[in-house]
Design a protein around this ligand. Structure first.
Ligand code: GLU
Length: 481
């Protein structure tokens, strides 16, 4: 009897909701719909140093906005819960122990100092990074005794020392790895937390996932996962690695070249059906050169043989073209609702007004005074001369803006006071006058020399649009003479 189809996405809540997550969610969702399977959302939050509290909620909201809803997950529950790995903590240790008993894994007592020294040594010897397997040959009794005495240790997979690991990728055919190239991966960290590899495989097994549909960047992890399935004696799921989304220069999509947060597209007035339709065309084709279709239409004709592995380029113009088509199809009533849901609503107006009230004498002053709270990209041509910091060269100015952006990225909240502090600290570190930097920021974020208080304005314009304007501003400046 064939098992019921179950697919999943397993995002780690480490930052803003990524378009790549929506892309992979879409293919999981559509495949589940096509075959009448279940689509599961699991949160992989075992890396406590990288997890961010608000990120999970943002992932839920962004995927719901895209219309890609799940049948089981942390918020909706389901028969295979909990669906958050931090709540499954007790499960993983015993599986690691099972592999130690089967001699498929071993305890490693090497200290962080030894491992650091090993890394340096291997680099000097021009060897690839990896563990030298010192603890692999420890006597099992001694290993058990040291662990019982409370000595800190990790658990590592005992990768076969020869041979190949092969798995069948539905899109790529057999993929082969030399076992000598696969490290003795840590499965359980010394604090008892599982690594991504262990938690991911154990959960996919326990949640009865039949198809792992994920991005190409995980291909190099897959042999480790296959070895884990084999070590446990479990059936493997089908493996499907979707092509990576690319920048126009074919590099992996990155926020330095394209906005990657789903929230950016939402804030920039892209309709969710246009974004999802655009993602559907990335590496998959509907057929008959048809580029505009809905998710249910895609699900009806979906098959894996329509996926092509060429590097799909994330092309903003194509997205714009689709968006325009969707907007033009809407009724006036629908567009009014969209506008109100977007920025013309009470909540947003109540944030804008305290910043512009002093500047309006009649209601008809509002639109001109507040335009930059509603604009997407700004045009810097008219103010090109003013975009400077003292007498620094244009390339230096552009570099500083990009560096400042990196500092902003590290802020936990996009909030006026924190932005102000980060900007002041930056001026001090770079020996730039605050007066100069703040004027440049004002020009880039609002397009004007005079605006409401800068950092409050940046807070209300919002993280996504500010980031976009600063990045585009830096690009614009770097192209000036
Ligand atoms: N937690 C991984 C991620 O962040 C999951 C990768 C996978 O699908 O196995 O994408």
């Amino acid at each position: 009897m064939t098992k019921p189809t179950r697919v999943r996405i397993a995002p780690s809540p480490t930052g803003d909701p990524h378009v790549g997550t929506a892309y992979i969610a879409l293919f999981n969702y559509v495949f589940a719909k096509k075959v009448g399977g279940k689509f599961v959302l699991r949160i992989e939050d075992t890396d406590r140093t990288r997890a961010r509290a608000d990120s999970e909620a943002m992932i839920f909201d962004a995927l719901k906005w895209c219309g890609l809803t799940w049948d089981e997950g942390p918020d909706v529950g389901g028969p295979f819960g909990p669906y958050r790995q931090s709540e499954r903590f007790d499960i993983y240790g015993k599986y690691a122990e099972e592999l130690v008993e089967k001699k498929k894994a071993y305890r490693c007592f090497c200290t962080t100092e030894r491992l650091a020294a090993l890394r340096v040594q291997r680099r000097q010897q021009k060897l690839p990074p990896g563990y030298d397997r010192r603890c692999r040959t420890l006597d099992p009794e001694e290993s058990a005794k040291r662990a019982a005495e409370g000595e800190a240790h990790t658990v590592r997979l005992a990768t076969p020392l020869e041979g190949v690991t092969v798995y069948e990728d539905k899109l790529r055919g057999p993929v082969e790895f030399q076992n000598t190239q696969v490290d003795d991966q840590v499965l359980l960290k010394s604090d008892g937390f599982p690594t991504y590899h262990l938690a991911n495989v154990v959960d996919d097994h326990l949640m009865e996932i039949t198809h792992v549909i994920r991005a190409e960047e995980w291909i190099s992890s897959t042999p480790k996962h296959v070895l884990l399935y084999q070590s446990f004696g479990w059936d493997q799921p089908e493996w499907i690695h979707m092509p990576l989304l690319r920048n126009s220069d074919k590099s992996k999509i990155s926020k330095r070249k394209n906005p990657v947060s789903i929230n950016y597209y939402k804030d920039a007035g892209v309709l969710p059906e246009a974004l999802v339709n655009f993602l559907a065309n990335m590496g998959w084709s509907y057929g008959d050169d048809r580029e505009k279709f809905t998710v249910p239409e895609m699900a009806e004709v979906f098959s894996w043989d329509k996926v092509s592995l060429g590097a799909p380029v994330f092309n903003g113009e194509k997205l714009q073209w689709l968006n325009e088509k969707y907007i033009h199809e809407k009724s006036y009533e629908e567009i009014v609702d969209l506008l109100m849901g977007w920025r013309f609503n009470r909540d947003h107006l109540l944030k804008v007004l305290p910043l512009v009230r002093e500047r309006i004498k009649r209601l008809d002053d509002f639109i001109p005074a507040a335009a930059f709270f509603f604009d997407g990209d700004l045009d810097y041509k008219g103010i090109a001369e003013k975009l400077k910091i003292g007498d620094l060269k244009k390339t230096q100015v552009a570099k500083l803006v990009k560096e400042l952006l990196e500092n902003y990225e590290a802020l936990p909240d996009w909030e006026a006071e924190a932005l102000q502090q980060a900007s002041r600290d930056f001026c001090e570190a770079k020996e730039v006058k605050t007066k100069h930097l703040f004027m440049l920021l004002r020009l880039l974020v609002t397009g004007r020399k005079a605006s409401p208080p800068l950092f409050e304005t940046m807070e209300v314009v919002g993280k996504e649009l500010c980031r976009r304007r600063l990045r585009q501003g830096a690009e614009f400046i770097s192209k000036q003479k």
